[in-house]
Ligand binder design. Structure first.
Ligand code: HEC
Length: 122
């Protein structure tokens, strides 16, 4: 019984951490590694005009699908993009962050997000 309680305690700790980490860590990672070329936040333009803004990525494909590409070394059709060595944990954080920028993934009660989701492409 004692073991079980500890195990549950550990699990909820891990879950709390997993829930809190992605958006925050992901933001830091993209600021460090991607913002040299991409606009990584909710507004702004990309430094490199060829690099899509991160907030528009969800319109191109399910952000989740990027995970696979990132694991292969970020070869998501980039001619001019450097290859990155990202750990699976870092990828989870980045994808979590990108998903966070997707207004269509928000609850439909979020009116601002729904307006953004259905607005024309920039
Ligand atoms: C040195 C500049 C540069 C850096 C740094 C950079 N990118 Fe890019 N990225 C580009 C360019 C340029 C494109 C557009 C390539 C194309 O369309 O051929 C691109 C495209 C992308 C795409 C879309 C690919 C597609 O097929 O539509 C994703 C996703 C992406 N980058 C993610 C990232 C992530 C995540 C990081 C940070 C870990 C990052 N990029 C860092 C230049 C960069």
């Amino acid at each position: 019984m004692r073991f079980r309680t500890q195990c549950l305690g550990l699990m909820s700790g891990v879950l709390a951490w997993a829930g809190a980490a992605p958006a925050h860590g992901g933001r830091q990672l993209v600021d460090q590694q991607c913002s040299g070329c991409h606009a990584t936040g909710p507004d702004g333009v990309s430094t490199n005009p060829d690099a899509p803004t991160f907030r528009s990525l969800y319109r191109r494909y399910p952000v989740d699908a990027l995970r696979e590409s990132f694991l292969k070394g970020l070869q998501v059709g980039h001619r001019n993009m450097p290859r990155f060595k990202l750990t699976p944990q870092e990828i989870t954080e980045i994808v979590g962050y990108l998903e966070d920028l997707n207004p269509c993934a928000k609850p439909s009660s979020d009116k601002a997000a729904m307006a953004a989701c259905f607005s024309p492409m920039e």
